[in-house]
Design a binder for this molecule. Structure first.
Ligand code: ARG
Length: 401
């Protein structure tokens, strides 16, 4: 029987060419797998038709938007995960959901190998292949750009020679990856890290310098997950979409960073994640009133580690799973409403309320009637500073002063 390979297929030039390229190089039959994670653009049906026209023997398409929002974006929100303090893991969390579908398709169609369009320089090759190794240890991986010398120029020549139904003339100077959680733009003019991004780079956000009137929003959460916006019930996907629209119109969520790739290269990225950043901001502020101090402090370090693991392609790893259990436990009381004004590139929280809040007005108030017994503070401070005081006395004695 002819060997079969499933290919992560976007519908673009490179992966369209990869169908025939892989076929010629390996003699295998190629099955195209397209997964909708909210990247917009063409319909799945158009993508399926193109895959078949480019020589795929089968095309598997999946609308994974809710799955992605529920099982990938929401854990990222619960973690307030920002790699290196900035990047909400847009591409990093889409790879594992695509991997799930690739492995599922490989089983359905009897494939032995999974192919993807990544280069040998980035993080995504690692995320795809580590994920595939974990979910399908018997499956092999191949990347035509990296392993079969499929360069851009060769791709264009191949598409033209074979008359593939794909645009070869439009040259996008940037490498773009997008989904409902955000958008990543790199390469080209941006590789000079002194160059400011030009306007044409952005798609999810409007220029924050000329914002429309301020937009005040109330986001309601239940156990860490957004459940209503301005009182209207929403699914996680709808919450992200609605805030992409409204926060995006205010220019919220633009990020310009040089980040540390797993492969040891520093790279410049422009991200736009209006919905994600608005949600993370609101969620964090709700945690501030509902999570106990020590748990909150510890969670911050867990979140950082979680973000690093996910960035590094360890979505399906045991440690990531254990950290998920901790994070999930912290979300038990993260329910309530956050009011936030979005304007001129910023989302600023200005009100919060929760039935499970730890904020105690009677303890906090400086007005008469507070229930906090200030006389207790004196003794507490004496003991709290004791060990430093003892050490300092020793230091002074030792230095002969
Ligand atoms: N550097 C980001 C990451 O590794 C984004 C990569 C997205 N890919 C792209 N072609 N722009 O998560």
């Amino acid at each position: 029987m002819t060997e079969r390979i499933v290919l992560a297929y976007s519908g673009g030039l490179d992966t369209s060419v990869a169908i025939g390229w892989i076929g010629e190089a390996t003699g295998a039959e190629v099955i195209a797998v397209a997964v909708d994670v909210g990247q917009g653009g063409e319909s799945l049906e158009d993508i399926r038709q193109r895959a078949l026209a480019c020589g795929a023997v089968e095309a598997y398409v999946a609308d994974a938007r809710d799955e992605f929002a529920n099982e990938y974006a929401m854990p990222t929100l619960k973690a307030n995960a920002l790699y290196q303090g900035h990047y909400p893991l847009v591409s990093a969390i889409s790879r594992p959901v695509i991997v799930k579908h690739l492995v599922k398709a490989a089983r359905e169609f009897g494939a032995t190998t999974v192919a993807h369009g990544c280069t040998g320089k980035g993080n995504d090759q690692v995320r795809f292949e580590v994920g595939i190794q974990t979910l399908g240890p018997d499956l092999k991986c191949i990347a035509p750009v990296r392993d079969l010398a499929l360069t851009r120029d060769k791709a264009i020549a191949f598409a033209e020679a074979k008359g593939l139904p794909i645009e070869t003339t439009k040259k996008n100077p940037y490498s773009i990856d997008q989904n409902v959680w955000g958008r990543a733009v790199e390469t080209g003019y941006l590789e000079d890290i002194w160059n400011a991004p030009t306007k044409d780079i952005y798609d999810y956000t409007a220029t924050p310098e000329f914002p429309p009137a301020p937009d005040e929003v109330v986001i309601s959460f239940h156990q860490g997950v957004p459940v209503a916006i301005d009182g209207v019930k929403v699914s996680p996907l709808q919450a992200i979409q609605e805030l992409n629209r409204r926060a995006g119109a205010q220019g919220v969520g633009r990020i310009d960073v040089v980040e540390d790739r797993l492969v040891g290269i520093k790279s410049r990225e422009i991200y736009e994640a209006p919905g994600a950043m608005a949600l993370i901001t609101a969620h964090k502020h709700l945690e501030d009133i509902t999570i106990e101090r020590e748990q909150a402090r510890f969670k911050a370090s867990v979140s950082q580690r979680w973000a690093e693991l996910v960035y590094d392609g360890q979505w399906f790893s045991p440690l990531k799973r254990s950290l998920d259990a901790f994070i999930e436990d912290t979300q038990k009381y993260v329910s309530g409403d956050i009011r936030m004004t979005m304007h001129g590139g910023q989302a600023i929280v200005n009100g919060r309320r929760s039935d499970t809040s730890l904020y105690d007005f009677d303890l906090a108030t400086y007005d008469t009637g507070d229930t906090f017994d200030q006389s207790q503070a004196k003794g507490f401070i004496e003991l709290w500073g004791m060990s430093s005081k003892v050490a300092s006395t020793r230091d002074q004695r030792a230095s002969g002063k």
